[in-house]
Design a protein. Structure first.
Length: 308
């Protein structure tokens, strides 16, 4: 009888260990399924197709072949009773073979043809005149590259996204105070409300809209970094909820999966740049006028990155 006790205890501990492992496996599977359900629900809410076809591609884009692609990011201040304007316009080109991303900021006052409206105006007015489709057509014509996708962000709700990832840390290169908040030079950590103020200030910056664009890119990069970190796994529900409420895109869930699988190495190398121009008043309206030489240089840089 004595010799049976160690075996009995051993079997008991094996059963306990097996039960604990089973509970862990079930918990992990439940967590993964919950994340997947929350993600797919958010993507379904975010996904808004756009009725247009790019004329800059002869063949359809194939993400499975790791072909370079572009995204137009529109930061829109939506006001009650008003469609709003795309005060933030950023074009991303992604090349997995070169393992890099180009991030181009387009000043909102850039003077260009508004495609589909028959006017020459500030580029951000394309959104007010014709929404996402006219913005994509206008930017595509201005840069002479295909615009494959769009991502529209409600800037008023962007603070919810920042809060959902637990705030962001950025390196501020300008000491300033805006809307009652002091932003010292150096590394600062911001919650959603302060991040929105940080990205909106323009008049006190000697660089004007260029300085604001820089701060917007800093916030966007910081959100991407925080959202991809392990810390964000504990509050994925808040993140997906904030994205679902404040982001619209024509990228489908399957395309997101393909991008994550085939293009993730490109995210580690992001080059930021912006368009230079001169301020001119035309018919009593102030514009940023971009020279043909500057435009050609920007177009070549983006075309090379898209392997066009």
């Amino acid at each position: 009888m004595r010799s049976d006790k160690p075996k009995h205890k051993k079997k008991k501990w094996l059963r306990i260990t097996g039960l604990v492992l089973l509970i862990l496996i079930i918990a992990i599977l439940a967590y993964v399924l919950t994340v997947y359900k929350s993600l797919t629900n958010a993507v379904d809410t975010m996904h808004v197709p756009v009725d247009r076809v790019t004329e800059k591609r002869t063949d359809l884009l194939d993400l499975n072949k790791k072909e370079p692609f572009s995204v137009l990011m529109l930061g829109v201040d939506e006001r009650e009773g008003d469609k709003g304007r795309s005060d933030t316009m950023i074009v991303l080109t992604v090349n997995p073979e070169k393992k890099s991303v180009k991030m181009l900021s387009i000043p909102r006052d850039t003077r260009t043809e508004i495609v589909g409206h028959g006017t020459t105006d500030k580029i951000n007015h394309a959104y007010a005149f014709g929404g996402v489709a006219m913005s994509m057509d206008t930017v595509e014509n201005f840069l002479d590259i295909p615009i494959d996708y769009y991502m529209q962000i409600n800037m008023e709700g962007f603070k919810d996204i920042v809060d959902a990832v637990g705030g962001v840390t950025v390196n501020n290169d300008l000491d300033f105070t805006y809307s009652g908040v002091h932003f010292p030079e150096g590394q600062i950590t911001l919650d959603g409300e302060d991040a929105l103020k940080f990205s909106r200030m323009r008049k006190e910056d000697p660089r004007g809209d260029f300085g604001r664009q820089l701060r917007q890119r800093l916030i966007i990069q910081a959100v991407i970094k925080e959202g991809a970190s392990l810390n964000s796994l504990t509050n994925f529900g808040d993140i997906f909820d904030a994205l679902g409420k404040n982001v619209k895109t024509n990228i489908t869930f399957d395309e997101m999966v393909d991008i994550q699988k085939n293009y993730k190495n490109a995210a580690g190398n992001i080059e930021q740049f912006s368009i230079e121009g001169t301020g001119q008043t035309i018919n009593k309206v102030w514009y940023l006028v971009v020279s043909d030489a500057e435009k050609a240089e920007i177009q070549k840089k983006l075309k090379d990155h898209l392997d066009l």
